[in-house]
Design a protein around this ligand. Structure first.
Ligand code: RB5
Length: 165
């Protein structure tokens, strides 16, 4: 399924016609524990649709500190430089905890497809965290596809998400 979302560019044409091209920007970050899975998912995402990928590292398996990379992705989403993010570490936990320190970020560490689906439908998660040492490649791909293509249900969940602050 190909899917695009969110304003990317706004071109104005003569006679006051305008066309809006939609392409969702996704920020990816990882520490060394998630680096390998990040690379796999980075090459998988373009097979799902026209997403723009912003890869903020890390770019090798050399040891780095996950909070730096979790916060980098969170800031990019909070500032609107990316629409959503996918972050990777060994378990997904450290990256999710770090990202969730930024206001407006709802990072969900998902180890199953149902967690990914519900994190979008009920929690409007704007960051997906994955554990490179927890989920295998095929499961990670299905989680990512589900998470990217599942909309927020809104309704009563809108009220609850607002209460998170
Ligand atoms: C690094 O060894 C590991 O602690 C990190 O990738 C992550 O799993 C932390 O939550």
């Amino acid at each position: 399924m190909r899917r695009t979302a969110t304003l990317f560019s706004h071109f104005t044409f003569p006679r006051n016609y305008s066309i809006i091209i939609l392409m969702e920007k996704l920020v990816l970050t990882a520490d060394h524990g998630g680096y390998e899975l990040k690379e796999i998912i980075k090459h998988f995402i373009p097979t799902l649709g026209d997403y723009e990928i912003i890869d903020l590292g890390t770019n090798s398996a050399e040891s780095v500190d996950y909070p730096e990379y979790g916060k980098l992705a969170a800031k990019a989403v909070a500032k609107g430089q990316a629409n959503r993010g996918i972050i990777f570490c060994g378990t997904g936990t450290g990256m999710a905890i770090s990202a969730n320190k930024t206001k407006g970020i709802r990072a969900a560490n998902c180890t199953s497809v149902i967690m990914a689906e519900m994190s979008r439908r009920h929690n409007d998660a704007n960051i997906l965290a994955l554990g490179g040492r927890i989920v295998d490649t095929d499961l990670a791909k299905t989680i990512v596809q589900t998470w990217l293509t599942t909309p927020f249900d809104g309704g009563r969940h809108e009220r609850r998400v607002k209460q998170i602050g």
